[in-house]
Design a protein around this ligand. Structure first.
Ligand code: ADP
Length: 333
């Protein structure tokens, strides 16, 4: 069963373009990165799921519960670590976490016991009686995590949890997040605009851009994409390029033309390189065939080890091009 299911979610703030546009997606158990640049709609999506934004179109369920009609039950079974600081400043850490426990329906004594346990768990055992306003940024992020976990939820939403942290604080929090999933069996949905952060822990990523859903990708599948090559050729460069574009090979990048002199000072044929992706299941022979058909000589062919960040940026790049085309079409209507 999916942990979260969204069906045709649209949310606009006032008359601005919608922050979410007809989003339909499912999030599976495990750790999921909710990935997209700032303004993509990640926080809005989380708030819809948590029932914090009642006025949106579409249906949302979390753990099989209706996010609108079963908000109390959702709150009991789901934890949330918001991006911004949301606590009462004049409170000690222990009181603030206990209060959150009570707000999710826990009896006071149980909430107090769990608040101690969670603050210890996140490494704030020594600071439980200090005012939250005295905490450093790193301590505050861990404190917010304790708040999110106090009622032992099954699903935890983390909104940009590593934002503003120094490397050591990031590593500490990253370890805590990993432990949540590995040692405590929690389902984690983690919003971020930085793939390498999420990549360290997540099983899959859900990509949002300009309020639209652009697919769910398993990280191990992305890591195994090996169909990207850099091919350099001499001869009928234009013809070769046209043939590549017309084929099922995706052209990801085009280098400058290289004009070279031979040893006797005469001009050699121009050379140019292309970064291309051949369809799954096809190897570099696809490129040799196109070269042979168009009369170019392949001078170099390397497999490109595409890193995940590149894959992600490309997905977003494609999304941006699609979005621009749609925008132009809407404008023309
Ligand atoms: P992300 O979390 O991916 O950065 P958000 O969901 O915060 O994206 O924002 C999506 C879009 O909605 C942005 O254009 C943002 O300016 C707008 N937005 C978010 N919250 C509000 C709000 N309370 N009022 C008006 N616009 C908002």
């Amino acid at each position: 069963m999916s942990i979260v299911a969204l069906r045709n979610i649209t949310k606009a703030y006032g008359s601005r373009p919608p922050a979410l546009r007809d989003v339909t997606l499912e999030i599976q158990p495990g750790v999921t990165g909710l990935l997209g640049p700032n303004g993509a709609g990640k926080s809005t999506l989380i708030q819809c799921v948590l029932g914090l934004l009642p006025d949106f179109e579409g249906d949302v369920s979390v753990l099989g519960l209706d996010a609108r009609r079963q908000r109390r039950e959702v709150r009991r079974r789901v934890g949330f670590m918001p991006e911004s600081d949301t606590y009462l400043y004049e409170m000690t850490g222990i009181r603030a976490v206990r209060l959150l426990g009570q707000l999710t329906g826990m009896p006071r004594s149980e909430a107090l016991r769990r608040a101690h346990e969670m603050l210890h768990h996140v490494g704030l055992g020594e600071a439980v009686y200090r005012d939250v306003k005295e905490y450093s940024t790193g301590m505050r992020q861990r404190f917010k995590l304790a708040q999110a976990l106090v009622h032992d939820p099954e699903v935890v939403f983390l909104d940009e949890p590593l934002a503003g942290l120094d490397p050591q604080a990031r590593d500490e929090l990253l370890k805590l997040i990993r432990d949540l999933a590995v040692d405590h069996g929690k389902h984690v949905i983690w919003s971020s605009h930085i793939l390498p952060d999420v990549q360290k822990v997540a099983d899959s990523v859900v990509v949002l851009h300009h309020g639209r859903f652009h697919g769910t990708f398993r990280l191990e599948d992305l890591a195994q994409r090996t169909g990207v090559f850099h091919v350099e050729a001499e001869g009928e460069l234009e013809k070769f390029e046209q043939a590549l574009i017309a084929s099922d090979v995706a052209v990801l990048g085009v280098d400058e033309v290289e004009r070279r002199e031979t040893v006797d000072g005469t001009l050699a044929d121009d050379r140019r390189g292309w970064t291309v992706e051949v369809p799954e299941g096809q190897g570099p022979s696809r490129l040799f065939h196109i070269a042979a058909d168009t009369g170019v000589r392949v001078r170099k062919l390397n497999q490109v080890a595409e890193d995940l960040e590149d894959v992600f940026l490309r997905i977003l790049g494609e999304a941006a091009v699609e979005g621009a085309a749609e925008g132009a079409a809407e404008g023309a209507d």
